[in-house]
Design a protein. Structure first.
Length: 321
């Protein structure tokens, strides 16, 4: 019987819902692995890398299922897990350290996308004198995910460099400003297959009954506060008009380009905005998207008619060593 070690990042003492979510992912993955006849164990990865190495060795695992999203609450340490796993001869699921680093740093990711001619909204970083910025922008953390640090106040207008500098000084996170794309929002999930990556059915996020002037964004509340207006009025939809066929095809092609350009493995989700003229922009590439049952990736696999067992098998079959 094959042994799978499920690796999770150590949680911080005051873990918020976005951080605790990894435990739900671990539970569903573990259940599915057991159902499929694997022997499973769990380990938490902290900043003591020697300790984690010893745990991996002692587990005698044939494969490590890497669910590390942050270590001690720090999302910027996400790439340490695949980097460490790369140093031992045990295959591990998901993307490797380069892909994880290049996608989790949003500014690095955007520079790579610009070089690869993948459309992404224009942006500026603090102190950058070479790029101009005017109009509506959104100020976002460079190294977070799960909409941490994103709310209605993140949207700014006017003197963008000055506003960015102000937020940079006040915020304990590194931030950048990205052109705000008014329009539609899509998530495209991609999963490994025998003959290369497969794009799952595209999902659109519908902003229902948002009052005039309220930014149509998926901020922190929309993802994590079940009692909030935003949580209850951002609805995932897989239904499209025929008129969207060309756009959806374009989103699929761009998602596959992202997979190739970043060298992804296993599974991923690409987040898009589409402006009012129908031009798509990649906001970010998630190399380790949430796979719990209420998340977009899982919903897309269901929509494709895939069982969770098949999802896990595909992820296990596309490991890095
Ligand atoms: N440039 C943008 N234009 C419009 N909305 C944006 C933009 N950037 C982010 N958002 C909104 O904020 C949400 C979270 O941003 P994203 O870049 O995907 O970060 P995260 O890693 O936190 O998911 C998006 O789903 C979208 O609703
Ligand atoms: Mg996102």
């Amino acid at each position: 019987m094959k042994k799978v070690l499920i690796l999770i990042g150590e949680l911080s003492d005051s873990a918020a819902p976005d951080e605790l979510d990894v435990l739900r992912q671990a539970r569903v993955v573990e259940e599915e692995l057991i159902n499929s006849g694997y022997n499973t164990s769990r380990a938490f990865m902290g900043t003591d890398l020697g300790k984690t190495l010893r745990v991996i060795e002692r587990s005698e695992a044939d494969i490590v299922f890497n669910l590390v999203e942050s270590i001690g609450g720090k999302a910027e340490l996400i790439h340490i897990a695949p980097a460490l796993l790369k140093s031992v001869p045990v295959p591990f699921t998901g993307s490797g350290p380069e892909a994880m680093m290049n996608t989790s740093n949003k500014v690095v990711a955007k520079r790579i996308m610009e070089m690869a001619a993948i459309p992404t909204p224009r942006f500026i970083i603090t102190g950058d004198q070479t790029r101009k910025a005017s109009g509506r922008y959104i100020i976002k953390p460079i190294l977070e995910d799960a909409s941490v640090g994103i709310n209605d106040d993140s949207i700014v207008e006017g003197d963008i460099p000055a506003k960015l500098s102000l937020v940079s000084i006040k915020s304990y996170r590194q931030v950048f400003a990205e052109e705000y794309i008014a329009g539609r929002e899509f998530n495209l999930s991609v999963i490994a297959g025998k003959n290369g990556p497969v794009v799952l059915p595209p999902a659109e996020i519908i902003f229902r009954d948002f009052p005039e002037g309220k930014p149509e964004i998926i901020g922190y509340n929309a993802k994590w506060d079940e009692s909030s207006f935003e949580y209850n009025n951002t609805i995932r939809s897989f239904e499209f008009d025929r008129a969207d066929a060309l756009l959806l095809e374009e989103l699929k092609e761009i998602s596959l380009s992202c997979w190739r350009v970043f060298g992804l493995n296993g599974y991923a989700r690409v987040d898009f905005r589409v402006n009012e003229s129908g031009k798509p922009f990649v906001l970010e590439v998630n190399a380790n998207p949430c796979i719990s049952p209420d998340a977009g990736f899982y919903a897309a696999t269901l929509q494709a008619g895939m069982s969770f067992g098949e999802v896990i098998e595909r992820i296990l079959a596309d490991t890095s060593v």
